[in-house]
Ligand binder design. Sequence first.
Ligand code: NDP
Length: 481
Amino acid sequence: MNTHLYINGQWQSGISEIENRNPSDLSDIIGNYAQASADQLQSALDAARAAQPVWWAAGIQKRHDVMMAIGTELMARAQEIGEMVAREEGKPLAEGKGEVYRAGQFFTYFAAEVLRNQGDLAESTRLGVEIDVRREPVGVVAVVSPWNFPVATPAWKIAPALAFGNAVVWKPANLTPASAIFLAEIIGKQDIPAGLFNLVMGAGREIGQTLVESPKVDAISFTGSVPVGRGIAAAAVVNMTKVQMEMGSKNPMIIMEDCDLDLAVLHASGAAFGGTGQKCTAASRLIVHEKIHDAFVEKLVDAARAYKVGNALAEGTQIGPVVSEGQLKQNLDYIALGQAEGAELLCGGQRLERDTEGYYMAPAVFAGTRNDMRINREEMFAPITCVIKAGGYSEALDIANESEFGLTAGIMTTSLARANHFRANMRAGCVMVNLPTAGTDYHVPFGGRGASSFGSREQGRYAAEFYTTVKTAYVAAGEPA
Ligand code: NDP
């Protein structure tokens, strides 16, 4: 049996294993990966509870140095680990490498944040009393992460969790266990208390569910789908566990008649199809001014057709395969649904054959869509984008805002007045002007509104809100003897 679980400072085997195949080449079995038992999860939680105060007491220099070491190694090994990300998730190698490098940056960023955890002083309304406000760790953090960014997403959760003195029990997505092991090995080999960091793999509805229901967990950070997120929020409230979630999206991009058309096509197609459309920041609703609608659509279709879809590890590949058979089936069902709803499929949407058997799909453009169609309301997580024609800026903004989600949103315009109005009136967590909806920095908050997010923001200084709890101390100084 393989030893893939990292619990209480030991690599362990599980009670069963799952097979992991390369979505670019189904004949390539990456390996069989351990699944934890409920007892192993409990021992990880107990170990985490015991290790957390030891880690907190180790002090800021120690925590800074460990964060720095993890980040530096991730950056140095970006090519090697990026190859595994590309192999098991299906994103092109350059994106896999970039993701691992970014994961390293999260750790080095939070290495510095360790030193900036400085608190506040306040005067008291009572004479002779002093007040200080400090941030302390929340305790044991459960991290539940998805497959689409198998290293970067857990990194932006685990890095602040450890930096602020917490212990971690991490349940990664079952589709990407090999990437998780790389990250766990780098964290596990640091000089940290046994049990401070634990990797517990298993099915979300079993091990994941037990984890989020545990009263031994003080905070849960989750990224994934809305239905699973709702269940996690319901489980968390039973124990009054702190919860933070990033979920679905339906990101709009408004293309105005005064924009640079070629730039708009570049950004819209890149944001729609990059990462095979499997990004929570993907541009899935393109709301286009009627004056340039036909010209934009023609160029967009040309761009979609020009993408090189292929093996994630092959030179020149721009779009890799869909991550899994289930996800591909869901995508093809959405193509059929869009057509049944009356949308016009202008290109793509079919499964593709390549030299190796994989889950390849041609990027698809739907035109003639309405915002009330299901393809414009539900997160597809697919290389499919939908064009909606709008009569003017106000109408475009109304359409953009009419969604249960609100993660990212973009506008392409040369009008400063429109850009400023959009920034102020778009209901989204991140707004982009003359930029793609996908692509964010690591040192500023990330998150959304509505069904896209729940709880406080991730990343940057704002992460402290979730990974710490505030203590207000009142001290009567007394008189010197
Ligand atoms: P899920 O929400 O099912 O999975 C995300 C993570 O949660 C995985 O680690 C999963 O484990 C775990 N999980 C699943 N069920 C539970 C549970 N009951 N309790 C605790 N943890 C659980 O997303 P999928 O990967 O199945 O993708 C489905 C859809 O979700 C996509 O098509 C996309 O629309 C959306 N999605 C959105 C993401 C985003 O960033 N916005 C990211 C990923 C998905 P396991 O892998 O073992 O099931």
